[in-house]
Design a binder for this molecule. Sequence first.
Ligand SMILES: CC(C)(COP(=O)(O)OP(=O)(O)OC[C@H]1O[C@@H](n2cnc3c(N)ncnc32)[C@H](O)[C@@H]1OP(=O)(O)O)[C@@H](O)C(=O)NCCC(=O)NCCS
Length: 463
Amino acid sequence: MPDQLNDIKYVIEMAAEKAHAETSTEPEPELTQPLNWPIQCTLGPGLEGAIACESKIGYVNGTKGWLIYRGYDIFDLCANSTYEEVSYLLLQGQLPNTKELKAYKKKLIKYRPLNKTLRLLSGFPVEQMNVMGALRLGTNLMRQEFTYMDREEGRAPSVDAISSDEDSIPMETVPKGAKKATYEFKQEDPPKTKQEKQLQDACGIDACYHLISGVATITAAIARIRQGNMPIEPVPELSHAANFLYMLTGRKPTPIEERIMDISLILHADHGMNASTFAAMVVASTLSDIYFSVGSGIAALNGPLHGGANEQVVNMLKKIGNPSNVSAWLDKELKNKNKVVGFGHRVYKAYDPRARILGPLAELLVKDNHKAVSLFRIAKGLEKEVNVRLGAQKKIFPNVDFYSGIVYSCLNIPPEIFTPIFAVSRVSGWTARVLEYLQNNRIFRPRAMYTGEFNKKIMPRDQ
Ligand SMILES: CC(C)(COP(=O)(O)OP(=O)(O)OC[C@H]1O[C@@H](n2cnc3c(N)ncnc32)[C@H](O)[C@@H]1OP(=O)(O)O)[C@@H](O)C(=O)NCCC(=O)NCCS
């Protein structure tokens, strides 16, 4: 078995070498300078090109195909760390030492069971609900689990809010910065050490740990309920990835399955100011609490322009049916100006590093899975054809969703759970960026250009 785990490390290291070789001639990083407000930038619709804040959490370089969390390359993190370490890194700014990791894992394990939340959630027709809707509901219900600040006296003091009346012009008011989230945990065990105190105090960090554990528990419970089964109790001895797979499928995963799930979670943990992260930050910037923020991230992720393409990829590959059909199928799609799902990216104009890792991992997994082998062969054929036709010309390459559906199918995860898994991982990026933004908070308030009419008069209704 250790051989197979070594194989995983090896394929990631090979993918990293290829990535570095293929992009070494591309220009050096952009968007890495400290900001001196006010700044000028060129904007497109939907705030495209807008710079809203500084961040030390993660960096995406679309031209070079780089993804970096807190200074560490995604390939290095996938080869040499776990999701527990990466989520700690995103939230705390550095990788944990042995003692810190032990304490963090203990916290995550403590927060896994969500008895009250699941009892409340099971009062809803979960099996008929939109899965992401059920997850968002469950996340909001989690506020009740350990907390007390959702009562009236828990509201943010208005003195902490920054002037943002309807007519305020950007930069007119000086950012003041709210130093704390409005959310607090009841301190059941008063902190004994300085480090424990830091963990408990800093901007509701316990709520972040609670959410990282809880979104996984709720997702697994929703999957079980939808299959007509009871949710499964978490197992404290298992890692985050292994416990999630166990609660989802009812079977303890093999070390290979556990490691591949773990890497998938690392790969999806953060990705710049994407729509769901932005949605979470906008909600937090009003000094709402972090459960509502994460609920908003989940809501944004539900849209087909953001999450969910991996499920469509699997359906597309099934429709193509055979590697020999790829060329004719692609001719037809491109002739009809259809976009091929799982290819192209708003930011990456190079091969998405996440797809570079997930492709070889899918290949390792399908070896033992007869049904998935044929899907994988079709995917490889399609990747080759699209690369030839659109790679050099339009910079269209596989994105993170292209191989993740095959990976999840091999892990026995039902397709409707693919998008919730994105949330299970991204909750660490959402919460890390929310906490960082709150350190120097300013309520988000872009403006629209009014192109409507003026001077209209109300006429009597019958005219
Ligand atoms: C992700 C996506 C929305 C990014 O779009 P974008 O950066 O705005 O790119 P545009 O839509 O402006 O496309 C630029 C050009 O590439 C083409 N293109 C982009 N993605 C393509 C795809 N998946 N297949 C074929 N052509 C594609 C466009 O047709 C356009 O061609 P044109 O210049 O001849 O009109 C887009 O690539 C897409 O829809 N991909 C498929 C869905 C998907 O996999 N989503 C998951 C993303 S992680």
